[in-house]
Design a protein around this ligand. Structure first.
Ligand SMILES: *Cc1c(COP(=O)(O)O)cnc(C)c1O
Length: 366
């Protein structure tokens, strides 16, 4: 339920930042009774036996106590999962959204700025705005590749404190050229965050390059999340990087940001990683089915995906979005997010059944 918008009384208006009062709250679409393919969630629940096992384990936890050292067991398990290189450390966030906010807070120095390619993940710009830092958005090419010349020129001009590169990118779902990324990393005067939220579905990760050349990547942070892995409801993000750097950012973390329930769920997920790997494999196979099917629809353009979403361009995104919604399928109309996304819809990969519904609704709504 959203709060009813009522005018803030003048006395209180004076207390709240003007830019905050002008903002719109993050809108979550109503999805009751719909095939929900708008938020890159994993469509699979835990198998029934694992649900029962997890339920017993969560029920036995000491919820009367603050989170304790067990959170370090999770840090270690995630570091092993990500094959964290020597000399690196790992910190956890309440989703990677929290880590993005903490980074902006940590880098809030006079004249600081945050740079990212556009279209991209909205939290990068939002974290800058909320912290009072400048945000520099650099358009991708029309095919959603990094514009090497524009990126290097913007880096030289703005000297950003943080550059975000989502690998693969949201909402375009593609990986970028490693050679261009390396040039950006070499040119960066500040931090570079490789955001691998979609790692479970991606053919590549940056961790290998970081491990092979640690000195060159001293200022690079690798960010991931369990959200797209299959636990969006649990809220666990993590970030790896040079130990001294992580130590500074970790000072800003609220001490109990990872709840007892969250870390126990995440540990459970890693203990049963084969179950999640099987889900990811199914999603990757289903992604192939979607790309193939939409590629055959007349007038529809589709881009390659390394994530659990597929970006398509249709003749009229508003009409198609509404038509799909009327057929009880909810996707994301991203066409107003950026001029490069004109008439684009973002389709989250669902179960085989969801996808059949979605493809039929899409075809009927073109
Ligand atoms: C979904 C997403 C995230 C993060 O999400 P959390 O649920 O807060 O962990 C981060 N980066 C990108 C690019 C995403 O798409």
């Amino acid at each position: 339920m959203t709060a009813t918008p009522v005018g803030l009384e003048p006395r209180l208006q004076k207390l709240i930042r003007q830019d905050v009062q002008s903002m719109h709250a993050y809108a979550i679409q109503d999805s009751a009774g719909m095939v929900k393919l708008d938020a890159m969630e994993n469509p699979h629940r835990l198998p029934a036996d694992l649900q029962a096992k997890l339920g017993r384990r969560l029920g036995a936890l000491a919820l009367n106590r603050y989170p304790d050292g067990r959170v370090n067991d999770l840090r270690k398990a995630l570091a092993d999962y990500a094959q964290m290189p020597d000399g690196f450390d790992i910190m956890l966030g309440n989703g990677s959204d929290e880590l993005i906010s903490l980074l902006a807070m940590a880098c809030d120095v006079e004249g600081g700025s945050i740079l990212a390619p556009l279209p991209g993940f909205v939290m990068y710009a939002m974290s800058a705005q909320l912290q009072g830092l400048r945000f520099v958005g650099v358009p991708l090419s029309p095919d959603f590749e990094l514009d090497e010349a524009a990126m290097l020129a913007a880096i030289a001009e703005h000297q950003p404190s943080i550059i975000y590169l989502a690998y693969p990118n949201n909402p375009t779902a593609n990986l970028w050229d490693d050679a261009v990324i390396e040039k950006i990393i070499d040119a960066a005067p500040g931090l570079v965050v490789m955001d691998e939220a979609y790692q479970p579905f991606s053919s590549k990760s940056y961790i290998g390059r970081i491990a092979r050349e640690p000195a060159r990547h001293r200022h690079v942070l690798l960010m991931r999340t369990l959200s797209k892995f299959g636990m969006a409801g649990v809220r666990i993000g993590y970030m790896l990087g040079n130990r001294a750097l992580i130590a500074e950012i970790d000072k800003l973390r609220p001490p109990y940001n990872i709840s007892v329930l969250n870390y126990e769920c995440a540990l459970f997920a890693l203990e049963h990683r084969e179950a999640f790997a099987a889900q990811a494999a199914d999603i990757v196979a289903q992604r192939g089915v979607i790309v193939q099917a939409v590629g055959c629809m007349p007038g529809v353009r589709v881009w390659p995906s390394d994530a659990n979403m597929v970006l398509v361009r249709v003749p009229d995104a508003a009409r198609t979005f509404e038509g799909m919604k009327a057929r009880r399928v909810l996707v994301k109309n991203v066409s107003k997010m950026h001029p490069l996304l004109a008439n684009c819809l973002r389709l989250t990969v669902g179960t085989a059944d969801d996808n059949r519904h979605m493809l039929a609704a899409l075809e009927q709504s073109l």
